[in-house]
Write a protein that binds this ligand. Structure first.
Ligand code: SF4
Ligand code: SF4
Length: 156
């Protein structure tokens, strides 16, 4: 009985060591974040961005559809009439105030789905930790950053 238990135990240890040795030759599945960049899927929904057209004009026309579509009330838009001599956006109106409250946002993407001009998109930035609650409210100035003309549209 004791000898049979000994061989059974030794077989099990051998099997376990086999698994360990096989895994030694495999590529690690973990990433040493933040030293290494984490691979993201193309449709990953991270921090919001407001886009511009190639000519620098803001895409947002202040229609507030994103605000209406947001299930958590995370978006606040205040629209104003464009100055015909120096329009901010191609529409009649533009967003004078545009805010996203990250503490309310659930990153569902409904705002970008609702936007008729593809102005608001969820980018790839996910490191959003901060110290003050106020800093989690992204203002228009922050959302327009990097502010360069950008017409990249989320791949289908
Ligand atoms: S991602 Fe969803 S929850 Fe967040 S602001 Fe957009 S619509 Fe609202
Ligand atoms: S981001 Fe889009 S949906 Fe929201 S107010 Fe601007 S144009 Fe309208």
């Amino acid at each position: 009985m004791a000898i049979r238990d000994f061989f059974k135990g030794a077989t099990e240890i051998g099997k376990a060591m086999g698994v360990t040795l096989r895994a030694l030759g495999e590529k690690p599945v973990t990433t040493e974040y933040p030293k290494e960049a984490v691979p993201l899927y193309p449709r990953f929904r991270g921090k919001h961005e407001l886009r511009r057209y190639e000519n620098g004009m803001e895409r947002c026309i202040g229609c507030m559809l994103c605000e209406a579509a947001c299930p958590t009330g995370a978006i606040y838009v205040e629209a104003a009439e464009n100055d015909p001599a120096h329009p901010t956006s191609p529409g009649e109106r533009y967003a004078k105030v545009y805010e996203v409250n990250l503490l309310r946002c659930i990153f569902c993407g409904d705002c970008e789905e609702a936007c008729p001009t593809e102005a608001i998109v969820l980018g790839h930035e996910f490191a959003m930790a901060d110290y003050n609650r106020r800093d989690f409210i992204l203002t228009k100035e922050v959302l327009l950053n990097p502010g360069e003309p950008n017409v990249v549209i989320r791949p289908e």
